[in-house]
Design a protein around this ligand. Structure first.
Ligand SMILES: Nc1ncnc2c1ncn2[C@@H]1O[C@H](COP(=O)(O)OP(=O)(O)O)[C@@H](O)[C@H]1O
Ligand SMILES: Cc1ncc(COP(=O)(O)O)c(N)n1
Length: 271
């Protein structure tokens, strides 16, 4: 079994962040490990507080993994502060893991700054060049490129700009588009679009976290970037289609729907 690491923030209610990543790694048949960068106070209704983990403790967690266990892919999620970004980048440059998937998390669906705005330059200069795949949503791609993005043409232009910043593959996610939820992948040579109809649901908490960790798990299993992204797109579409109506706000996606239905236990456990 391949071992996959997430470096991200904790989401109390289990739909996003570290918790979503570990569920996804398990659902994809990989062994999940975590380095926690921040602890958020969060539920389906919003983010109400955050404590950043000291950079030395973040580096200690990374050392604990890399001095002991082989890592086949790394997903990076919430990195809130400049010091957090430098601490992680220094260690990744030291250990040089393969298959780094960077989800440049910036603002929660409820509007909380999960990355401090002044950390943008450090993200661009330190983490983007390390990314084998980067997965910005439309608002994140707008912050990174400074351009307005609202259709496939502007998504392609943004992907090319972010590629020039050093990411080897750029996936611009279309969850925030008006109509279809179409994502666009650029590998430095060709553009691939991944279309899916928009599913009518309010329960999309953690969609970006789930997609990026699914890409990391499938790169770890030896898939190409295009195969890993296609697998992840199918996985997130199913997870959204069968999202869980938990809590009073934006509920989480269903990480294990396919496994539970294959095991024939979904009807028994769903309520
Ligand atoms: N309502 C929806 N129906 C179908 N796919 C969706 C929907 N919302 C998001 N997605 C997909 O979920 C993935 C995560 O996208 P997005 O929501 O843009 O990320 P983030 O959580 O970072 O904002 C993408 O593949 C996107 O196309
Ligand atoms: C700890 C943490 N990390 C990331 C997100 C982004 O979630 P989403 O994927 O819904 O944008 C979040 N809400 N909390």
């Amino acid at each position: 079994m391949k071992h996959v690491l997430t470096i991200a923030g904790s989401d109390t209610c289990g739909g996003a962040g570290i918790q979503a990543d570990l569920k996804t790694f398990s659902a994809q048949g990989t062994y999940g490990m975590s380095v926690i960068t921040a602890v958020t106070v969060q539920n389906t209704q919003g983010v109400f507080g955050c404590q950043d983990i000291d950079p030395e403790i973040i580096q200690g967690q990374i050392d604990a993994i890399f001095t002991d266990i082989e890592v086949s892919a790394v997903k990076i999620g919430m990195v809130s502060q400049i010091a957090t970004i430098h601490a992680i980048a220094d260690k990744l440059e030291q250990y040089q893991p393969k298959n780094i998937v960077l989800d440049p998390v910036m603002i929660s669906k409820s509007g909380f700054d999960l990355m401090q705005p002044e950390a943008k330059e450090a993200l661009i200069s330190r983490l983007i060049p390390l990314a084998y795949v980067i997965t910005p949503n439309l608002p994140e791609a707008e912050v990174i490129t400074g351009m307005k993005i609202n259709d496939l043409a502007s998504m392609e232009q943004a992907a090319r700009m972010i590629y020039e910043m050093g990411a080897k593959n750029v996936l611009i996610k279309g969850g925030h588009l008006e109509n279809d939820a179409t994502d666009l992948l650029f590998d430095g040579e060709k553009i691939v679009t991944l279309q899916s109809d928009r599913i009518q649901t309010k329960n999309t908490h953690g969609t970006g976290c789930t997609l990026s960790s699914c890409i990391a798990a499938n790169l770890a299993k030896g898939k190409t970037v295009e195969e890993a992204v296609r697998t992840a797109k199918e996985y997130i579409t199913t997870a959204i289609a069968h999202a869980l109506d938990i809590g009073k706000g934006v509920g989480p996606t269903n990480h294990f729907y396919e496994l539970y239905t294959k095991a024939g236990i979904w009807d028994e456990i769903k309520d």
